[in-house]
Write a protein that binds this ligand. Structure first.
Ligand SMILES: Cc1cc2nc3c(=O)[nH]c(=O)nc-3n(C[C@H](O)[C@H](O)[C@H](O)COP(=O)(O)OP(=O)(O)OC[C@H]3O[C@@H](n4cnc5c(N)ncnc54)[C@H](O)[C@@H]3O)c2cc1C
Ligand code: SF4
Length: 497
C-alpha cells in the first residue's frame, strides 16, 4: 500500500496528497519529532496547538477508516526511515512542505512531492506574476489576485469603485468604552491533559502560560471561531486595525492565522465567508475589503516572496545589526509600559496583533539593532501562528529592513510619538514619549533618531526618508541623543531599562 505523509502544518483532508484518497487505498504517516519539540524555548501553547491538532487530526482519520501510523521519533528523517522499514510502502508521497528546509528533506528522502494547494496562489504562479518586474508591490499583486479570483469585483472594476479602503483604517483606540465579543474557549479533555504532560517532559525550556482552550485544535473549533469572527467581529474590522489597547487584546482582528497556517482553515473558505457576509449586506465594504486584502493580499504575497527569495533571503542583514534580543523579550523586567504589556500578552496567549509585532517589538528591534536571525527565532517559537515562510518576509523585510528595501520601501522606524498616538500605554509609563534625552526619555524616541544617524550611509539614497533624515540632521542635541542611545542599547540587553 502507498503511504501519504501528512506534515504537522498540513492538517487537511481535502488538499495535497490526501485529497481524493479513500480509507483502504493509502496508509497515513504522521511524525512527532522529539528534536523539534525539544529544540529550545518554545511557547507552551504553541507546542500544544501543534501537537494536539496533529493528534486529533490523526484520530479523525482513524475514525474515517484510515490506517494511520502516528509515530514519535527522534527526528522527521528517523520517523520516515522507521516507517519505510516497518511498512515497506510502494510509494511515499506528501504535499510540498511549507518550508524550504522541509522541501529539501523530502527530496533527500526521495519522497514524491505533490503541489501545495493550501494557498490560492502557488509559488509557481507567484513567480510567473513577479516575472521580471522591477518592483513587487503588494498592492499590484493584490489587485491581480482580486481580478483572477473574481473577489469583490464588478466586471473589471472593484466593487464600490475603490480598490483599497485603508485610508479609513488608521484610527487611534476607540474611546467609547465599547465591549468586544468574548472569545470562544473550549474545555480541555484527556488529549489536552496528555499533551500538557508531554510538553512538561519533552520541552524543559518551554515558557508561557499553559494551554487553556483559547485556541482551537480541531477543524470544528476553527470553523466556530471563523463564524464568530464573521458574524460578530468583521463588521467592526478596519477603523481600529492599527490601534493598540491595554484593555483589549485583539480588537477587531480575526486571530485566524494559526488555523490558516496549519490547515485547519483554508484561505478560500475564510474569504468566501467574508464575501458572503458582504453580499448579504451584513458588513460594510471597508471591512470586507480590508479583511480580504489581508488574506488574499498580504498572506499570499508573503508566501510567494518566501519561495521567490529563499534560501538567500534568510541570511540578509544589510544594516549589519548584531545585537542580541532585549532581555525584556525573554523574561526580563522593564519599565517600558508598551514592551512590558506586549511581552506579558505573548506569555498569556502566544499571540499579539500586527501592530504590536511591527511597531512595538519590531520597531524596538530595528532601532536598537537586533540581529535579524535572533528576532526570527524568538518570534517563530513564541507565536501560536509562527512559521518560517510568514516570519521571514515579515521580520527580515517588513520589521527590520534587513533586505535593504526589497519588500518595504522604507524602514518602519518610529519614535514614541507613534505609539503614544496609537495606544493607551504611554500614560502609564515612567518614560516620556516626547523626550529624547535624559533619564525619562522614551527609549523609542532616543533610538529612532540614533537609528537614522547610525544608518545614514545606507538610508541616504532612499528618497522616502528625505524629510526624516533632514529633521535628524537639524537636531541640536544629536550628540547627546546618540550618547543616550548607546546607554539605552546596552541597558536593553542587560535588562535594566
Ligand atoms: C514582525 C512580524 C511577525 C509576524 N509573524 C507572523 C507569524 O509568525 N505568523 C503569521 O501568520 N503572521 C505573522 N505576521 C503577520 C501578521 O501580523 C499576522 O498574520 C496577524 O497579526 C495575525 O492575526 P490575525 O489573524 O488576527 O490577522 P488579521 O488582522 O485578522 O488578518 C487576517 C489574516 O490575514 C493574514 N495576514 C495579515 N497580515 C499578514 C502579513 N503581514 N503576513 C502574512 N499574513 C498576513 C493572516 O493570515 C491573518 O490571519 C507577522 C507580522 C510581523 C510584522
Ligand atoms: S513612553 Fe515610550 S516606552 Fe513608554 S509606553 Fe510610550 S512608547 Fe513605550
Amino acid at each position: 500500500m502507498d503511504t501519504v505523509w501528512i506534515l504537522g502544518d498540513q492538517l487537511r483532508r481535502d488538499t495535497g496528497a490526501l485529497a481524493g484518497c479513500r480509507p483502504g487505498e493509502v496508509r497515513v504517516l504522521m511524525v512527532e519529532s522529539d528534536s523539534k519539540v525539544g529544540s529550545g524555548r518554545w511557547h507552551r501553547q504553541r507546542l500544544h496547538f501543534v501537537l494536539a491538532s496533529m493528534r486529533r487530526f490523526a484520530e479523525e482519520l482513524k475514525a474515517e477508516g484510515f490506517a494511520v501510523d502516528y509515530r514519535r521519533a527522534s527526528s522527521m528523517r528517523a520517523g520516515v526511515i522507521a516507517h519505510r522499514e516497518e511498512f515497506k510502502p510502494e510509494r511515499l508521497r506528501a504535499m510540498s512542505p511549507m518550508s524550504f528546509d522541509g522541501l529539501e528533506l523530502l527530496r533527500a528522502l526521495d519522497v514524491e512531492v505533490i503541489d501545495n494547494d493550501q494557498f490560492l496562489c502557488s509559488a509557481q504562479e507567484f513567480a510567473a506574476w513577479a516575472g521580471d518586474r522591477s518592483n513587487l508591490k503588494m498592492e499590484d499583486f493584490y489587485r491581480w489576485q482580486r481580478q483572477r479570483l473574481n473577489i469583490l469585483m464588478d466586471g473589471k472594476k472593484p466593487v464600490g469603485g475603490t480598490w483599497n479602503y485603508d485610508a479609513e483604517n488608521r484610527e487611534p483606540p476607540p474611546k467609547d468604552g465599547r465591549s468586544w465579543p468574548a472569545p470562544i474557549i473550549d474545555s480541555l479533555d484527556a488529549t489536552d491533559a496528555r499533551v500538557i504532560a508531554d510538553i512538561a517532559r519533552r520541552a524543559p525550556e518551554a515558557f508561557g502560560s499553559s494551554f487553556d482552550g483559547l485556541w482551537a485544535t480541531t477543524r470544528t473549533g476553527a470553523l466556530a471561531r471563523l463564524h464568530q469572527f464573521v458574524d460578530e467581529v468583521l463588521p467592526l474590522f478596519g477603523p481600529h486595525e492599527d490601534a493598540v489597547m491595554s484593555t483589549e487584546w485583539k480588537l477587531a482582528h480575526s486571530a485566524l492565522s494559526p488555523y490558516l497556517n496549519i490547515g485547519l482553515l483554508h484561505a478560500r473558505e475564510v474569504v468566501d465567508a467574508a464575501h458572503a457576509a458582504f453580499n448579504d449586506g451584513r458588513i460594510p465594504i471597508a471591512s470586507a475589503e480590508g479583511f480580504i486584502r489581508q488574506v488574499i493580499g498580504w498572506r499570499e504575497y508573503v508566501w510567494g516572496l518566501y519561495w521567490l527569495w529563499m534560501p538567500e533571503y534568510r541570511e540578509l542583514n544589510v544594516l549589519e545589526a548584531e545585537s542580541p534580543l532585549p532581555a525584556a523579550f525573554t523574561g526580563g523586567e522593564t519599565d517600558m509600559a508598551c514592551i512590558s504589556h506586549t511581552v506579558k500578552a505573548i506569555d498569556e496567549r502566544a499571540w499579539v496583533h500586527h501592530i504590536e509585532r511591527l511597531m512595538v517589538l519590531g520597531n524596538l528591534s530595528l532601532t536598537s539593532g537586533v540581529r535579524p536571525g535572533a528576532l526570527v527565532d524568538w518570534m517563530w517559537k513564541s507565536f501560536i501562528d509562527g512559521a518560517e515562510w510568514v516570519m521571514l518576509p515579515n521580520v527580515i523585510g517588513m520589521a527590520l529592513y534587513a533586505d535593504g528595501g526589497r519588500m518595504s520601501t522604507k524602514p518602519y522606524a518610529s519614535g514614541g510619538a507613534y505609539i503614544n498616538k496609537m495606544s493607551d500605554h504611554c500614560g502609564n509609563c515612567r518614560y516620556d514619549p516626547k523626550k529624547r534625552i535624559g533619564e525619562h526619555a522614551c527609549p523609542f524616541t532616543t533610538l529612532y533618531w540614533d537609528f537614522l544617524a547610525r544608518n545614514e550611509p545606507e538610508l541616504r539614497s532612499n528618497h522616502r526618508l528625505g524629510n526624516q533624515l533632514g529633521s535628524m540632521r537639524k537636531l541640536k542635541d544629536l550628540d547627546a541623543v546618540r550618547e543616550r542611545a548607546v546607554e539605552v542599547r546596552a541597558r536593553l540587553i542587560d535588562g535594566s531599562l
